[in-house]
Design a protein around this ligand. Structure first.
Ligand code: NAD
Length: 250
């Protein structure tokens, strides 16, 4: 119940999907959360739902486009103003596309790199000073199994998610001495609206080969992210954590 007592978390892309599930779970473990997203109405609705379920003011919604430094600064300021500081950052916002190498336009490449890769770097850059004031913190960067293995499509997505894996290790080495831990999470096929991009037949086919024979849920991922956010993972940094039902074990 109290694994995140007195902790404040900032979760990007928290309006829905995995980010919203993490916000709910964090609050149920005693945290207060700031959720940031470009989907403003949904973000406010999610924060209100979390407050109602918790019976206390535990969630606050901010407009956050992860590609914009000014938005990150405003989100960190909101953490300090509303809840007194910042201990945990979940760099969760991301977009997915299945285009292969030659089918990827420059515009598509830039938008995926900006959100999935630049957004993660900017988030860490703008949050470490606030964590330093608390004497440490935990950063969880949401990559993907697409950051560990290749496939015939999703070229830009693979490139960005692979970059997140090593951005994570570089930051972990730099900030370890200050007590700021940085880890990456690599989900497999997770049943959120993002996966609607994958044709239904292909999704059904993937399910039949996943060793655990099902898609993951946002809650499956949230439980791992909770472990990394909490002091239970106090000696884990610079590491990659897979939650994929065994997909990459094959
Ligand atoms: P989702 O589409 O439900 O949620 C993504 C959220 O990010 C949305 O609320 C969206 O509005 C937000 N977002 C998009 N662009 C943004 C921006 N510029 N600034 C701020 N927010 C922005 O998908 P999800 O499954 O919850 O994805 C969460 C993370 O998990 C992503 O990084 C994704 O790449 C990763 N992931 C997902 C899967 C999967 O199968 N669903 C698998 C591996 C990794």
């Amino acid at each position: 119940m109290d694994r995140l007592k007195n902790k404040v978390a900032l979760i990007s892309g928290g309006a829905r999907g995995q980010g919203a599930a993490e916000a709910r779970l964090f609050v149920s473990e005693g945290a207060r959360v700031i959720i940031g997203d470009i989907r403003d109405d949904l973000c406010h609705a999610t924060a209100n739902d979390i407050d109602a379920a918790a019976g206390r003011k535990a969630a606050f919604a901010v407009h956050l486009d992860v590609t914009r430094a000014a938005d990150w600064r405003a989100a960190v300021a909101a953490c300090q103003r509303e809840f007194g500081g910042l201990d945990i950052l979940v760099n969760n916002a991301g977009i997915f596309n299945m285009s292969g190498l030659e089918d990827t336009s420059e515009e598509l490449w830039d938008s995926i790199v900006n959100i999935n890769q630049k957004g993660v770097w900017l988030g860490m850059k703008e949050c470490v000073a606030a964590m330093r004031l608390r004497g440490g913190g935990s950063i969880i960067n949401i990559s993907s199994v697409a950051g560990l293995t290749g496939s015939t499509g999703s070229t830009a997505y693979h490139g960005t998610k692979g970059a997140v894996r090593l951005l994570t290790k570089a930051a972990a080495v730099q900030y370890g001495p200050e007590g700021i831990r940085v880890n990456s999470v690599h989900p497999g096929i997770i049943n959120t609206e993002m996966e609607d991009i994958i044709p239904a037949a292909m999704r059904a086919g993937i399910k039949t080969v996943v060793p655990l024979r099902r898609e993951g849920t946002a809650e499956d991922v949230a439980k791992l992210v909770l472990f990394l956010a909490s002091d239970d993972s106090s000696y884990c940094t610079g590491a990659e954590f897979i939650v994929d039902g065994g997909l990459t074990a094959m």
